[in-house]
Ligand binder design. Structure first.
Ligand code: DX5
Ligand code: ZN
Length: 223
């Protein structure tokens, strides 16, 4: 029998859209709202055509007292080389992409062995099938709803069927992974993703530009 999976919605503001000269301030603003997650995008200028943060960014946030759940999204061609560094720096979840060629199963097992939650991420052009072999080894599937590399892009509605596929696979396989959407998420696109089966919402631009962040967060909690 298939049981519905109804995970509570989680809003994960993306530090990429915060103030890069005051990352601790941006992180504190998230924590002050009573939110518990912060999405941290790591880019290598190779897997994606941009650069962002490194392990030291997470370590510095921890030194400043952040207790947020650091949802770390590695957009790296060789993520397997950096798992220890991010775990040591304070990552709570490490999500790695399915597209580059490396031993994904070994990397996911290593993430868990390091005491972190594991996520698998899929780009817009990557079918759900590519992540299917790893669903038993993850706590979260990250569905990119823009081409990764930059904040502020438009939500790709064409990703909704892929979200539904991961939701169907979750039900049929008896899995309990979260389904996270990342890119162009605001309240309207989040509602569409929620209806398709998503439960975890990365919001960069829409969160940091929101005038009333508390109302924004409440709206997501009620999705
Ligand atoms: C894009 C990153 C996203 C980004 C989302 O490559 O993975 O996490 O911060 O930014 P917005 O919400 O502005 O689309
Ligand atoms: Zn991201």
């Amino acid at each position: 029998m298939n049981f519905p999976v109804a995970l509570q919605p989680i809003l994960a503001p993306s530090l990429l859209a915060g103030d890069h000269a005051d990352l601790a301030g941006s992180s504190s603003a998230v924590e002050a709202l009573g939110l518990s997650w912060l999405h941290v995008d790591i880019m290598d200028g190779h897997f994606v055509p941009n650069l962002s943060f490194g392990p030291e960014t997470l370590a510095a946030l921890r030194r400043r007292g952040s207790r947020l759940f650091l949802d770390t999204h590695l957009m790296l061609s060789e993520p397997q080389k950096y798992l220890e560094a991010f775990a040591r720096a304070g990552a709570d979840r490490i999500s790695i992409h399915v597209e580059p060629p490396y031993d994904h199963a070994a990397a996911l097992a290593r993430i868990r062995a390091l005491g972190c939650c594991a996520g698998i991420a899929v780009n817009p052009d990557t079918p759900a099938d590519a992540a299917a072999p790893f669903l038993a080894a993850v706590d979260l599937v990250l569905v990119m709803t823009v081409q990764p590399g930059f904040g502020g892009q438009a939500f790709r509605r064409g990703m909704l069927p892929k979200i539904s596929t991961f939701d169907a696979l979750r039900r049929s396989g008896g899995f309990s992974y979260r389904i996270e959407v990342d890119g162009g998420i605001d309240l309207a696109s989040a509602a569409e993703c929620r209806a398709a089966g998503a439960d975890t919402f990365v919001a960069g631009t829409s969160f940091f530009k929101a005038r009333d962040k508390a109302a924004f967060a409440t709206a997501f909690a009620n999705l």
